[in-house]
Design a protein around this ligand. Structure first.
Ligand SMILES: [Fe+2]
Length: 313
């Protein structure tokens, strides 16, 4: 069969308590300490998808990739051998590190995530009165927004093209779209992207992205996060061109961005998707306010560069 998605991520953070309460506010459910994994949080449909561990500086420590069966791990082994990348394959888990993004990846057989179908709300439009005589159901919603699952992560790599080769030729990801010399959007599921690798002067986590039901949940989730915490706002509401998703980016207390998103492009048939090379502003977004400079170059990048050269970092 094949790889089928991003199963989990582990973040190393300097202040676990503050970051933990941020992700609870974000709508993840605190599960508790898991020996060997850290403090674990669950999404509504994807289960235990986030773990936090103490670290000197913020970093993405590991991503988990789900595969359908052991043959898939055999294919990954063969790909990594062709690239002459060392790996460990033990007790059903294949562990490998991309030298250019410094990303630790573990691939293992795991069940696919099934999501309950989100309700399609009726809308009014010119000449189309589909919900007369009442308020939009979306404005009557109450309660905390709960992300359904982890969708993608975006990381900086010292050599984006080498990282792209590692993930495509080594692990079996597919390229959905590219911004030449800067970024490649790659998938290991039917999502348009599960991993975006950007060219960067330092390895760092740019953002994690969490799927919600629709654009109203993107807006409701971000609005609730900003109540009493305007400093969490980074960029949104907007719609990306690459991947088509609605987005709103927020910032956790140690500088990781987290995105609520909905309506991402889905690729069921590889033959029908035409990967494209996207240049200019469309590489970033289709509509919305332009991104702030701190979205492109996070404010702690220089500090992360210094930290990455410190002994023991
Ligand atoms: Fe994103």
């Amino acid at each position: 069969m094949s790889l089928h998605g991003l199963t989990s991520i582990t973040l190393g953070v300097p202040d676990v308590d503050a970051v933990a309460s941020y992700y609870e506010d974000f709508g993840l459910r605190r599960v508790g300490d898991r020996p060997g994994r850290g403090l674990v949080f669950a999404t509504a449909d994807g289960g235990e998808q986030l773990a936090l561990r103490p670290a000197e500086r913020r970093r993405l420590l590991e991503i988990g990739i789900g595969a359908d069966d052991p043959d898939d791990l055999g294919r990954v082994e063969a790909g990594l051998r062709r690239l002459r990348v060392e790996f460990e394959h033990d007790a059903g888990v294949l562990r490998v590190r991309d030298p250019n993004s410094a990303l630790q990846v573990s691939v293992q057989v795991s069940p696919r995530i099934t999501e309950a179908a989100a309700k399609q709300e009726l809308t009014n439009g010119p000449g189309r009165l589909d919900r007369p005589n009442g308020r939009a159901p979306a404005v009557e919603r109450e309660g905390r927004v709960r992300p359904r699952r982890l969708g993608h992560v975006v990381v900086g790599s010292l050599d984006q093209e080498a990282s792209q080769r590692f993930f495509t030729e080594g692990l079996g990801f597919k390229v959905s779209d590219r911004v030449p010399g800067l970024a490649s959007f790659m998938r290991c599921s039917t999502d348009h992207h599960n991993l975006l690798v950007q060219q960067a002067p330092v390895n760092f986590l740019h953002h994690t992205a969490w799927e919600v039901d629709d654009v109203d949940e993107v807006g409701r989730g971000a609005t609730a996060m900003l109540e009493g915490h305007p400093e969490r706002h980074i960029w949104g509401l907007g719609r990306h061109h690459i991947g088509s998703n609605f987005f709103w980016y927020l910032k956790d207390p140690v500088g990781n961005f987290s995105e609520y998103y909905s309506d991402l492009d889905i690729i069921l048939d590889d033959q029908l998707w035409k990967p494209s090379v996207v240049e200019g502003a469309r590489g970033l977004y289709n509509w919305g306010l332009p991104p702030p400079p701190s979205f492109i170059h996070p404010e702690d990048l220089a500090a992360l560069m210094t930290g990455s050269h410190a002994p023991g970092a």
